[in-house]
Design a binder for this molecule. Sequence first.
Ligand code: 3PG
Length: 209
Amino acid sequence: MKSISQRIYEYGIVPVVKLEDAGLAVPLANALMAGGLKCIEVTFRTDAAEQAIRNISQECKDMLVGAGTVLTVGQIERAVAAGARFIVTPGFNPTTAGYCVEHGIPVFPGCSDPASIEAALELGISDLKFFPAEPSGGLPMIRSLCAPYTKVRFMPTGGVNDRNMNEYLSYDKILACGGTWMVKEDLIRERRFDEIERLTRNTVMNMLG
Ligand code: 3PG
């Protein structure tokens, strides 16, 4: 069976969503799948996150659903119980990262400097989020970090969009790009799922394979 990292690598793009209403989670996931993306990161930035993950995991069996903006072990437990298959944290937190490793939960901690990369490597984690990607130096910074840390791959998010995603994707140390450009909060709130599907399809058509 494919690892979660391998599936994310094959999808190439991870839509990062903030949902205020868990009732919109399934139509949103369906729009992403119709546009060609079978992956979603639901962020714990709202109280609806846990139920949104549960709805997607129960009703959209083909969708790989993960939890993002995870800050505590309690959130990991709730996310996994709701059906999250992977955890993304904005920074490197040894407590949350260590918990995931101990429990065999795929985790992508945010690491954008040598100290946090080394701390992640010490736990055996080498697929990392790079956040916030553009303000942290973008692809030039990732290339510099990959020179000494040859085993590491990055998932950049934060300022990544359909205009710069291919710069990142052309580098072989990029696992996937994450971002909100096809799942903006106003589009979700206004239930513009056709537009989300269109933006997703555009992204999938234009991304480097
Ligand atoms: C994240 O949590 O990964 C980012 O907030 C996504 O950033 P973006 O809105 O710039 O894509």
